[in-house]
Design a protein around this ligand. Structure first.
Ligand code: GN1
Ligand code: MG
Length: 374
């Protein structure tokens, strides 16, 4: 259920978008941690319903919504053109954005909030968890295919809308600065957690160093490859469309692969309170790896394939540290559902990281097989 004031705001906002049909209702979609997302129901003249997605962009995270939408439109156009060249109908495979009465894809309301909308792809599901290995394989293929389509995307067309998004070296300094500032007075109870990240300081520089030294290439990547960012077909079980294109920026394939494993091969939700439930499901790890690499092994370098498990480690550490940093700052960045939510998230990710560390050699052995076949 939506609060009346949100409903009221939505009614004002939607007038500015070129939606088809008559507005009936809205519901909130809650699996994003940053933007505010609503599903809209529009009745058509023939009685059918078209669903749209309306989003208010969180400008704490995305300071330049206009450049952000430019990036997205460029990426979407590239995907559409590339799919057409491959004889694929892009209709359900790529997000379709809706124009506003100002001619652009972004509407700024009187309070300075930025809104955008796209067509909801019916017959698909955004899963928070998949236990079926075959389906998880398909999710891997979906993200792999997306990465493949971005291979020839000209990086110079993209604005770095969140500079240093996965620069874990800089994120470590930001964490240290947050600890020193102790804005919310929470540091005194966090000695164990803080030590955890100091112990992993060196590891957090590893991917950044590899990119800086040119050992692994900077590519255009998605940068937020949680399982619920790939829509899966309800009938065929195949990946249909990769969504949430906000963070498509230059990055490393290690992070995209790593984040998908972090979220999707975990044995518990990202914010599990009982950390004893948190681990990594190696069966799912293998399935995703098979699917992902079936799409991209031929185009990645040997070094990248070998280092994929490092992506899992570093991104898990990054998320754990970002959640803790936000908790220390007084919850300014991620949306929270209860007071300690960011601390709970941080602890769950820390536990996951220790589990990934235990399986690291096994993961490396597994991905190395794909190098042998190259
Ligand atoms: C945020 O909003 P959402 O859920 O797609 C965050 C990601 C994190 C993720 C953790 C722009 O993504 O980096 O991995 O939460 N997005 C941004 O759940 O910071
Ligand atoms: Mg996102």
């Amino acid at each position: 259920m939506l609060y009346n004031d949100i409903k009221h705001i939505i009614k004002h906002i939607i007038k500015h978008f070129d939606f088809e049909g008559t507005y009936e209702s809205a519901e909130e979609l809650v699996n994003g941690n940053v933007n505010f997302t609503y599903k809209l129901y529009y009745r058509q003249a023939d009685g059918s319903v078209i669903h749209y997605v309306l989003q208010r962009i969180n400008t704490v995270a995305f300071r330049d919504p206009e450049r952000l939408m430019e990036n997205i439109v460029n990426v979407v156009n590239h995907l559409v053109d590339s799919m057409r060249e491959d004889g694929i109908n892009p209709a359900r495979r790529v997000l379709t954005y809706i124009r506003c009465d100002n001619g652009s894809y972004l509407y700024e309301d009187r309070n300075g909030n930025y809104w955008r909308a796209d067509v909801f792809i019916d017959g698909t599901t955004a899963y928070d968890k998949i236990d079926d290995g075959e389906k998880f394989y398909q999710a891997g293929k979906g993200f792999g295919e997306f990465q493949r389509y971005l291979f020839d995307f000209p990086a110079e067309k993209l604005t770095d809308t969140i500079p240093d998004f996965h620069n874990t070296k800089k994120r470590f300094y930001a964490f240290v600065a947050a600890v020193a500032a102790d804005k919310a007075g929470r540091v005194k109870d966090l000695e164990k957690e803080i030590d955890f990240f100091f112990d992993r300081r060196k590891m957090m520089s590893e991917i950044v160093n590899e990119i800086e030294s040119g050992k692994i290439p900077l590519r255009v990547t998605h940068n937020d490859t949680k399982l619920n960012n790939v829509l899966m077909d309800n009938v065929t079980g195949e990946a249909v469309c990769v969504i949430d294109l906000d963070t498509v920026m230059p990055g490393s394939v290690l992070y995209d692969y790593g984040d998908a494993i972090r979220f999707g091969a975990a044995t518990a939700p990202e914010d599990e309170k009982d950390v004893s439930k948190m681990g990594v499901d190696m069966g799912l790890f293998k399935k995703f790896t098979d699917g992902f690499l079936s799409e991209v092994a031929s185009v990645l370098t040997k070094e990248e394939i070998h280092l994929l498990p490092l992506g899992v480690k570093v991104i898990t550490c990054e998320l754990a540290m970002r959640f803790l940093t936000d908790y220390i700052d007084g919850d300014e960045y991620f949306k929270i559902k209860y007071p300690d939510h960011n601390l709970v998230r941080a602890r769950a990710q820390m536990k996951l990281l220790t589990e990934v560390e235990k399986h690291y050699d096994e993961m490396t052995e597994y991905v190395d097989k794909f190098i042998a076949n190259k």
